[in-house]
Design a protein around this ligand. Structure first.
Ligand code: NAP
Length: 259
């Protein structure tokens, strides 16, 4: 299927690795010019070079912590005129609810709620003025099926979800579609770190830990960044203008929810 977005411009944040990179790659394959960012320079530059060479599109890397206002301003300078925005950042650490301080909450809210909101506030008005735009926020399956030890993430991402529910309906009439993609377990560096954590806790091999976690997924495996990217690219496509304010689970069936 031709996604109908060749020549459009996209900002994908936190995109040197993992799910962000998967989204950037799928948009590049669809012919979209990219601005990408991450904090680590080496992996970011490598991703930019690989995507631009493979898909023959321009990819502008900006080394930046997207949660910091000054760095975000540098990213937005390069992203001016973007038709597509994919927001992403690292997730807050797990923990115990009684331990979290106000500062822990502020950090989580900054990264996973206020940063994507600031990016939308910066780019969506111009999309609406031009009459076309797409936003995909990478959130988490834990928005709809909260994980007990991820209270910081549950709180911040549900705040973003509430914001998107209202805002997406306010800009839909201007041709701008805003949606959230909710990853379950995907094969990224983060998944490997979680496997290693389980292996250490239960004194089993990393492979056994992975098998144990995969057994809780009806699809029988982790999702891939390519699958995630393809879903993201479709939501950014010319065909997705009637999908508004949705929270779409990509979890291999792991969370048995009726709605
Ligand atoms: P990942 O493989 O660790 O990749 C994270 C990417 O984001 C890297 O490119 C990293 O580069 C960049 N990044 C992180 N913090 C950043 C920041 N403050 N500013 C700019 N770039 C930043 O992670 P992932 O698995 O793709 O996860 C992406 C998001 O989805 C996270 O919020 C995670 O919590 C959520 N999620 C993932 C899963 C899963 O199974 N993978 C499941 C549910 C939710 P640098 O470190 O160099 O900055």
């Amino acid at each position: 299927m031709d996604l109908g977005i060749r020549g459009k411009k996209a900002l994908v944040t936190a995109a040197s690795k993992g799910l962000g990179r998967g989204c950037a790659a799928a948009l590049a394959e669809a012919g979209v010019e990219l601005v990408i960012c991450a904090r680590g320079e080496e992996a970011l530059r490598r991703t930019a070079t690989e995507l631009s060479e493979k898909y023959q599109v321009s990819v502008t890397p900006v080394v930046a912590d997207i949660t910091e206002a000054a760095a975000r301003a540098r990213v937005l300078e390069q992203a001016e005129g973007a038709d597509i925005l994919v927001t992403n950042a690292g997730g807050p650490p797990p923990g115990v609810w009684t331990d979290w301080s106000r500062e822990d909450f502020i950090r989580a809210l900054d990264a996973n709620m206020l940063t994507p909101i600031a990016l939308m506030q910066a780019l969506v008005p111009a999309m609406a003025a031009r009459g076309w735009g797409r936003v995909v926020n990478i959130t988490s399956a834990s928005v709809r099926a909260p994980v007990d030890v991820l209270g910081l993430s549950n709180a911040a991402r549900n705040g973003l979800t509430g914001f998107v529910a209202g805002t997406s309906r306010q800009v839909a009439g201007k041709g701008v579609a805003i949606n959230n993609l909710l990853p379950g377990l995907h094969a990224t560096d983060r998944a490997v770190a979680l496997d290693q954590g389980l292996a250490a806790r239960e004194s089993i091999s990393v492979e056994a830990a992975k098998k144990q976690r995969e057994s809780g997924i009806p699809a029988g495996r982790y999702g891939t960044t390519a699958e995630f990217g393809a879903a993201c690219a479709f939501l950014c496509s010319a065909h997705a203008g009637f999908i508004i304010g949705q929270n779409i689970m990509l979890d291999g069936g792991a969370n048995n929810l009726t709605v």
